[in-house]
Design a protein around this ligand. Sequence first.
Ligand code: NAD
Length: 497
Amino acid sequence: MAQSKIYKNFIGGEWVESRSGQTFENVNPADTRDIVGIFPASSKADVDDAVESAKAAAEKWRLTPPPKRAEILFRAGEILTERKEDYARDMTREMGKVLKETRGDVQEAIDTAFYMAGEGRRLYGVTTTSELQNKFAMCVRVPIGVVGMIAPWNFPMAIPSWKLFPALVCGNTCVIKPAEDTPLSTLNLVRALVEAGLPKGVVNIVTGFGPDAGAPIVNHPDTRAISFTGSSEVGRIVGEVAARSFKPCSLEMGGKNAIIVLDDANVDLAVEGAVWGAFGTTGQRCTAASRMLVQKGVYNEFVSKFVERSSRLKVGNGIDESVEMGPQINQQQIETSARYVELGRNDGAKLLLGGNRLTSGDHARGHFFEPTIFGDGNYKMRIALEEIFGPVVTVVPIGSFDEAIEVANSTPYGLSSSIYTRDVNKAFKAVRDIYAGITYVNAPTIGAEVHLPFGGVKSTGNGHREGGIGAIDFFSQWKSVYVDYSDKLQRAQIDTE
Ligand code: NAD
């Protein structure tokens, strides 16, 4: 068992303990005897220090030319590339995802670094016309100031990179709180930035729990914008608090994503996508496919192949390259999965696979749950309506294309969606009619690329997007500039002749 290390907050370019000296343990979910590290349990006093440091660094960073800021991001991308394997292994140890997926998580941060480094020489604004003679008009992007960021545990490096890299290239300074289950991957990410030359105070990390270390970031009068990713329940609290001081606040929250499989689909391809969509990251993705809406003509074939393929998934410690599905993140998530299995049974769905916690042999020390499939579901059941965030999926028989769209749209969420069909007309109608931020055709609900906007509608998000230009839009503000070179007073809307 590797020895657990003591980690610190990163404030003003220094590694510091929490003011209170309180700490918490970061535990390996595949083997709870393995303590990954001891981290500061921060409170308002630490957040105050971090915001003060971000404020002090803001002026110089704001005036650093964007291409120079971008060079630091590019170097960070190169450092992450060199350390990809080490950081992936750290992530599997603290979060549980299998190595293939944690390598993908680090890769997403690398991709974001290079993409956002490119923005340093773009950050395009707009030049436009003026209604008056001898007058020039343009809009430019300007930084917001100190930005507060709160991250979840399921993409412990990718999501912080989606927040930090665009915010930095836009000229903001940052205070970030990683999830309490996965602080190490954020520390690794910021280490790469620091070694790439990031000036002191531009990024600050406070680790700890939501109400103690997250809420003070949202409340602080000097954080000018908040970027939150997590559950809709916490997002509602964060959004309400931010609204009181009119702070721009980006909320990326839960999902209950559906894969539609029509009668004309390539069923084998759909099954492959369903297994990856449902059980990738142990179902703990905001974009996880937790509902399969399958047309009656292929329902039996789909279900038998889906159950057979899922029953062969190897569940275990993700550090073993042959393992296909890792543990859940903690005991609470295991209890949630077990509760929904109970609800599914009580609501009359048919348990086709799994349904239990794995507790013997190699699974005895971790938070393992079987890949679980319910059949004969319907859209009114709680297992088909609510986010479970575990390896529990419901298959719902569907009569027609129109019914599939209606059921896909029937949950409170609207993040990702997918349709398997060979009919181009139906594919395009689904793209048009599914009310969600993302639709895949002949691919599962997971697999976003960093240069496209990412986010959703209804209880998933409040209209902002991460990724691509969506992130630049959130982390910068528009300033409209008018330059009058007529040498006389010209009045818009009044001097019309
Ligand atoms: P969570 O809401 O429990 O926690 C998210 C973060 O908020 C953590 O850092 C937590 O410490 C912090 N927090 C908790 N209470 C707080 C408070 N009162 N004030 C401020 N911060 C507080 O979510 P989680 O369990 O870490 O992550 C899982 C959820 O995240 C799922 O619902 C999933 O769908 C969602 N998610 C969404 C996206 C997306 O982009 N839409 C991506 C990943 C995960």
